[in-house]
Design a protein around this ligand. Structure first.
Ligand code: AMP
Ligand code: MG
Length: 501
């Protein structure tokens, strides 16, 4: 791929501009009515330019060829104009933030423009909405690139996520701790409905809308619940399905060392997708106490706390559904499947990381021994698993490559011996190849994202493009990009990322 040229283009004629051809837009969510969404007007982003795009997402949306070079798309995806047939809406939701009821929040800087090929398209950072509160409705280039790349990375890792179609930038100034420039990330998902949408209608006593929302989610995204009797049983089935998906998502986060950073109920997807990338981080050293969000002083969302926090959030969702279900005990019983489901799902993920198809007693015992060893020396999570995967085939025949990671070598030596004996006893074929498919070589570490951001600030988007290519295929070797698989440099420890960006 060649770098995308940074060519400011002249502002378009008055909105709405016609698209290259009318696209088959749908607006199922905004059709729920004015209690759900507020219309918003375009807020011009001066002289936008392309920063990055995903051809695969464009194809999934069935966009016309060449969309990523077309001026009308550039302006539409920057929030300047409407493509023919699209609309602009912000949705209202509420939520618990850091454990405290925060009341009404809503899309303060996200603008839903409609749905193509069953996927909602949302512009993040396209200007103020009725829910912006004290915010400016904007997003900065830095955080937009982080969201774009991490959506790609999670997709590449096979972890459910919202996806990103594009990032467009502008030299317009946005003030954060310092002057930065504005950008819009266009993200895509079957739905952006959050736990907080349910909390909103429940807490405000809008039971009819709560019904409408639950029925909408069931009909469109959980049709299997239609097999359950209508009324309370069906809403309980929905709660169970969301609980399972959330547990599965959390198991995958933990397995890959992903720290979300702001697991407030307004950032929890009803579809079990990774949603709202902010101060996220992939672990460097394995540390259950690691806090990636500089504003999270108490460590509420520390890495090892994430499953419990998801469980807590599911209680909020369950509470919000009580007006539909009428029986608090029944909702509690359903949400309490979380620990079991998470345990099963996490065991499955760890089994795969260790080269097995399914958990096994010996392997579970080995995992229980391993994780405290990794934690006690803060062993680099990604590098450890990747080296172990290669060691399993004696690709790097020096035992040292795994053991070198540890200051205290004796326990890991014993462990490696036990690991090898387990595999000898199981006699599974291709253990190393399976492990290499379960343990990525590349994750979006903070310092790597910083490299793409620094280049993009100079209008060089080639780093972002190369990184994107590596991240969508993170299990491949990509020897030319080995540096992105190495230990983080010392300066990476100084990167501080907080909520506001
Ligand atoms: P977040 O922490 O990004 O999940 O955002 C929490 C809430 O603040 C959501 O309602 C966002 O829409 C809103 N918000 C965050 N940043 C801005 C901004 N720059 N302008 C307006 N609203 C914002
Ligand atoms: Mg959010």
């Amino acid at each position: 791929m060649t770098p995308t040229p940074a060519q400011p283009s002249s502002p378009p004629a008055a909105a709405p501009a016609a698209g290259p051809a009318a696209l088959p837009w749908q607006h199922r969510f905004s059709a729920l009515g004015p209690q759900f969404v507020a219309p918003i007007a375009p807020a011009p982003l001066p002289e936008p330019y392309w920063v990055g795009h995903s051809a695969a997402v464009g194809e999934a949306l069935q966009l016309p060829a060449g969309w990523n070079q077309a001026d009308d798309f550039l302006h539409a995806l920057s929030g300047n104009v409407l493509l023919e047939g699209s609309q602009m809406h912000a949705s209202v939701y509420s939520g618990h933030q850091f454990g405290i009821w925060a009341g009404q929040l809503g899309d303060g800087r996200a603008c839903l423009i409609g749905e193509l090929a069953g996927q909602e398209i949302q512009l993040k950072g396209a200007g103020p909405t009725p829910f912006s509160r004290r915010g400016d409705g904007r997003a900065v280039l830095r955080s937009s690139i982080r969201e774009f790349l991490c959506s790609e990375a999670m997709h590449g890792l096979g972890i459910p996520t919202t996806r990103a179609l594009s990032v467009t930038g502008s030299d317009a100034t946005v003030w954060r701790e310092q002057a930065e420039t504005a950008a819009v990330v266009t993200r895509v998902a079957p739905s952006f409905i959050r736990f907080g949408h349910f909390e909103h209608f429940s807490k405000s006593g809008q039971t009819e809308q709560l019904h409408q929302l639950a029925d909408f989610v069931i009909a469109n995204f959980y049709p299997q619940c239609l097999e359950t009797d209508p009324g309370a049983p069906r809403y309980l089935a929905l709660l169970a399905a969301v609980t399972e998906r959330t547990a599965d998502l959390l198991a995958q986060w933990q397995a890959v060392g992903f720290c979300h950073g702001v697991m407030n109920t307004d950032n929890m997807s009803i579809l079990g997708l990774t949603l709202d990338y902010g101060p996220f981080q992939f672990l460097d050293g394995f540390d259950p106490g690691h806090i990636c969000n500089h504003s999270d002083h108490e460590g509420r969302y520390a890495f090892g706390q994430q499953p419990n926090m998801a469980y807590w959030n599911l209680y909020c969702l369950a509470d919000a559904l009580i007006p539909l279900i009428g029986d608090e005990d029944a909702t509690t019983e359903v949400v309490d499947i979380f620990p079991v489901r998470f345990g099963q799902s996490a065991a499955q993920c760890l089994a795969r990381k260790m080269g097995l198809d399914a958990p096994d007693a010996k392997q579970k015992a080995l995992t229980d021994m391993l994780l405290p060893m990794l934690a006690s020396e803060r062993i680099d999570h990604t590098i450890f698993w990747r080296r172990l995967s290669r060691w399993a085939a004696r690709m790097d025949d020096e035992d040292g490559l795994v053991m070198d990671l540890f200051a205290n070598r004796q326990p890991i030596q014993t462990w490696l011996y036990a690991f090898e004996s387990m595999h000898k006893a199981l006699g599974l074929p291709d253990v190393s190849a399976r492990m290499l498919r379960a343990n990525p070589k590349y994750v979006l570490r903070n310092h790597i994202a910083e490299q793409a951001i620094a280049a993009a600030k100079e209008k060089d988007f080639s780093v972002l493009q190369q990184l994107q290519q590596v991240l969508v295929t993170p299990f491949e070797e990509h020897p030319e990009h080995q540096a992105w698989a190495d230990f983080p440099p010392d300066w990476a420890a100084g990167i501080q990322i907080s909520c506001s960006s």
